[in-house]
Design a protein around this ligand. Structure first.
Ligand code: NDP
Length: 287
């Protein structure tokens, strides 16, 4: 019997989490007089980045966090941005610093990420924090895979001993996702553009995470019946609509649980940015 998959509703889960964050912020304010603060740096005019940054700042305001936004033209000298980061590292109002990626080509992205204090690196991209995650002792978990792990936890999805396949090996999604799944006891395969016979891997997956950036890349015939399918992709179709990496309509007839786009992983990413910033402030306040 074919059953339509249960939809993992990231939008609702993120709203629930954000209501809880608001209470945590109020508690920290009441107990220690500390308001968690996030500083966001945006370089250039990339329309998607502008939307993401505005959404992040708005989410902070709604949850009662302090936030500041620093915008620079695309041709700004990297030294100017590095100096700003140094100032924010020393600013007690700021507990989290985020540099919106991608940066223009004349920037050394790694050098910028390394300039952020590891204690304020709420994206979890600093080498020290990547190392801590790899060792299974994370300080900050990158927001997108952190959000996916929350979805597993909320859905009661047991990862231990399961076959997990991640498509994508980027530093911001694929690699940290694979580390988290390993740490949770899954047997993990990471696929990418050099993978031979992708379908042979994905067909074995009890848990499939797609982070490719290609619309409808994962088709129903690539899935193991009953799989949990997490679609990280955010792609814009020629008609302006957003879609994920998974052919959702067909995949939901094969999968057991599946995330939609929009309304899946995206809202969770922003929620976990708030979580990391609040955690940073609580740690700083000695809680
Ligand atoms: P990248 O472009 O950095 O990585 C894409 C990955 O997909 C690469 O590892 C690449 O392989 C792999 N890939 C490309 N083509 C194929 C193929 N034919 N077969 C197998 N693997 C392939 O993207 P990101 O990881 O930054 O993002 C992925 C998607 O997730 C994008 O759509 C992005 O917009 C979205 N995203 C969504 C977020 C959210 O909040 N929901 C947050 C961040 C990203 P190789 O390494 O070999 O090139």
């Amino acid at each position: 019997m074919i059953m339509t998959a249960q939809i993992i509703d990231g939008k609702t889960l993120a709203q629930t989490l954000r209501a809880g964050f608001k209470k945590r912020v109020e508690a920290l304010m009441a107990a220690q007089g500390v308001r968690p603060g996030l500083a966001v740096i945006l370089v250039g005019e990339d329309p998607a980045s502008i939307v993401y940054v505005n959404n992040k700042v708005r989410a902070c305001e709604e949850a009662g966090l302090y936030s500041e936004k620093w915008r620079y033209p695309a041709d700004v000298a990297p030294a100017v941005v590095l100096e700003k980061i140094a100032g924010l590292n020393a600013d007690p109002k700021v507990h989290g610093i985020l540099v919106q990626l991608p940066l223009p080509a004349h920037f050394d992205e790694a050098a910028v990420l390394e300039a952020i204090s590891p204690q304020k690196d709420v994206d979890g991209f600093h080498a020290e924090n990547v190392g801590a995650l790899a060792q299974g002792k994370p300080r900050f978990i990158p927001c997108t895979p952190y959000g996916v792990m929350k979805m597993f936890a909320q859905g009661g999805i047991d990862l231990s001993g399961r076959e997990a396949v991640v498509i994508g090996r980027s530093n911001i999604v694929g690699k940290p996702m694979a580390l988290l799944l390993i740490n949770a006891g899954a047997t993990v395969t990471v696929c990418h553009s050099r993978t031979r016979d992708l379908k042979a891997h994905t067909r074995r997956a009890d848990i499939l995470v797609a982070a490719v950036g290609k619309p409808h890349f994962v088709t129903a015939d690539m899935l193991k019946p009953g799989a949990v399918v997490i679609d990280v992709g955010i792609n814009r179709l020629p008609d302006g609509r957003l879609c994920g990496d998974v052919d959702f309509d067909a995949a939901k007839e094969v999968a057991r649980q599946i995330t939609p786009v929009p309304g899946g992983v995206g809202p969770m990413t922003i929620a976990m940015l708030l979580a990391n910033t609040i955690e940073a402030a609580e740690r700083e306040a000695g809680q």
